[in-house]
Design a protein around this ligand. Structure first.
Ligand code: NAG
Ligand code: NAG
Ligand code: NAG
Ligand code: NAG
Ligand code: NAG
Ligand code: NAG
Ligand code: NAG
Ligand code: NAG
Length: 459
């Protein structure tokens, strides 16, 4: 294990502060206000006494191999628990009993094999669950039951061959936006279940670096995601590989080499989220406006419909005024616009062939021309005067510099801020900030370059 992982460097900071340990702070730990750090304390067993009113507990980088029932039941305020880098192989029934306030739980880099359905029972406030870099081969289908606040679930770098996608539905997990299953051994996935996932989950589903079997059902799903420009694909295009005929040696980067899927009939999207670009146009009366209908759909055979505030629906066919034109590329042109033409213009581009549509919105504001008597020389002069006044105001009236107004931070942390948490628990998360939210493999660069060699092959 690299040395930097075991340092717990962020807690050096606490050494400088006055230690407010009461009788219940274990010897090897640092206790400060409601935070307890026992990182790298050499524990082989769960400490019997921990401060009762802790909100944040860090037990990372120890040698814990088992947690029994009710380990945290005497900590009713516990919200953040870090158990990363231990030797945990399983968790006892009821381990998080009476710890239902947990919001962040890090069990990454342990030796869990199986995620049993009782593990996270009752954690209805849990928002982030980190299980990456374990030895998990199976997730029991009840595992996600009741985790109704869950936002992010990290399961990458395990040995999963399947996942109970059907347990995730709009009403069961309304906040789930990230499901990282990358770098596992997923092969034949239930694509019908995946297609039925809430669109927020689909948007945040990471499946790269698995051993997916190339087939039309798989390709169809990725094709739709690509059409919707999902970041999950854009960021890892090269890592999306599938095995032809299920053979390990014949892998293709299927987001590049689409010819293998020419014979697939791509089903129409079930529910495509509409891409909306809102823009603003400011004109004066009698001007001509030209509004384009550029959307995310890359196709030439599109039909366009404009919904206008003053004239209702307009299509190239229903042209009833010489002042209005809709060009074949969707652009709407209106001559000599009036104030009452102001409002929201919505263009819908429909591709019948792809079975998708997307909209583009433009907020048009038509104002009256400025009064004649107000001549331009005067306007310029007035403009200069206002600028001068503003400069003077800036020079003399600027409030005092930040440093003197800054209020001292209250010493006790009452609200949980996930960004500060990452610095508390794992310094390596911070170092890789640009990737922070994208993929868990980037949180901890733990793979050696030679491991990935078998993946670079292409047929
Ligand atoms: C845990 O919760 C149960 C009921 O939910 C309660 O009966 C029990 O006393 C609690 N245990 C502790 C140690 O607080
Ligand atoms: C791909 O997954 C394997 C384990 O399945 C892992 O060892 C390797 O580092 C991963 N490669 C990338 C580029 O994420
Ligand atoms: C696609 O179909 C054609 C004829 O139906 C066949 O010759 C060809 O091999 C097929 N391509 C693939 C990649 O299966
Ligand atoms: C656009 O797609 C949505 C959902 O797929 C559908 O309900 C709607 O009728 C479509 N609109 C048009 C104009 O085709
Ligand atoms: C254009 O035709 C639509 C109906 O297709 C009608 O509601 C609208 O008033 C017409 N506009 C003008 C300027 O004639
Ligand atoms: C669409 O076509 C019109 C007329 O040919 C042209 O003026 C306009 O620039 C085009 N718009 C785009 C976005 O290509
Ligand atoms: C908008 O105003 C113009 C005159 O400025 C008038 O001729 C036209 O009927 C008005 N249209 C609507 C829909 O009110
Ligand atoms: C459009 O612009 C006007 C004025 O700038 C603003 O009041 C209005 O809220 C905007 N509408 C939308 C939908 O953004």
């Amino acid at each position: 294990m690299p040395a930097h992982m075991a340092n717990g460097s962020c807690f050096l900071v606490f050494l400088c502060l006055v230690c407010s340990c009461d009788g219940t702070c274990p010897n090897m730990c640092l206790c400060l206000s409601d935070t307890v750090s026992c990182s790298s304390a050499g524990f082989t067993k769960f400490p019997t006494v921990l401060p009762t009113f802790s909100i944040t507990v860090d037990l990372s980088h120890n040698y814990l191999s088992y947690l029994g029932a009710g380990s945290f039941e005497k900590m009713p305020r516990l919200e953040n628990l870090c158990l990363a880098h231990n030797q945990l192989t399983s968790l006892g029934e009821g381990v998080f009993q009476n710890a239902s306030g947990l919001r962040f739980l890090d069990l990454s880099s342990n030796k869990l094999h199986l995620v049993e359905q009782h593990y996270f029972h009752g954690l209805w406030r849990l928002e982030e669950l980190l299980l990456f870099n374990n030895k998990i081969t199976q997730v029991e289908s009840g595992m996600l039951n009741g985790l109704s606040s869950l936002k992010k679930l990290y399961l990458s770098l395990n040995q999963l061959t399947n996942f109970p996608f059907f347990t995730i539905q709009d009403h069961t997990h309304p906040f789930l936006t990230m499901l990282d299953l990358s770098s596992n051994r997923l092969n034949n996935l239930p694509w019908e279940d995946i297609k039925a996932l809430p669109s927020l989950v689909q948007r945040g589903l990471y499946l790269h670096n698995n051993s997916l079997t190339c087939n039309c059902a798989m390709y169809s799903m990725f094709w739709h995601w690509q059409l919707r420009n999902y970041e999950t694909l854009k960021d890892f295009t090269d890592d999306h590989r599938c095995l032809i005929y299920g053979e390990m040696r014949a892998t293709i980067k299927f987001l590049h080499h689409t010819r293998f899927f020419h014979n697939c009939t791509l089903e129409k999207a079930v529910s495509l989220p509409v891409t909306v670009y809102l823009s603003t146009v400011l004109v004066t009366e009698e001007d001509t406006i030209s509004l384009d209908c550029q959307t995310s759909i890359k196709s030439t055979e599109l039909s366009y419909t404009w919904l206008t505030p003053s004239k209702g629906y307009l299509t190239p066919a229903t042209k009833n005024s010489s002042l209005i034109t809709i060009f074949p590329n969707g652009t709407l042109e209106m001559q000599s616009v009036k104030v009452n033409d102001s409002g929201l213009y919505v263009c819908t581009a429909v591709s019948v062939k792809l079975g998708v549509n997307a909209t583009r919105e433009v907020n048009v504001t038509v104002s009256l021309p400025p009064p004649e008597s107000f001549n331009t020389g005067y306007t310029t002069l007035l403009g200069c005067a206002i600028t001068m006044i503003l400069i003077l105001m800036y020079l003399y009236l600027t409030p005092c510099r930040c440093s003197c107004c800054k209020q001292p931070k209250p010493p006790s942390v009452t609200t949980y801020d996930p960004s500060s948490l990452s610095s508390v628990f794992s310094s390596s998360i911070r170092e890789n900030k640009p990737y922070n939210d994208k993929h868990v493999a980037f949180l901890e660069p733990m793979m050696s370059p030679e491991v990935s060699e078998e993946w670079t092959q292409e047929s």
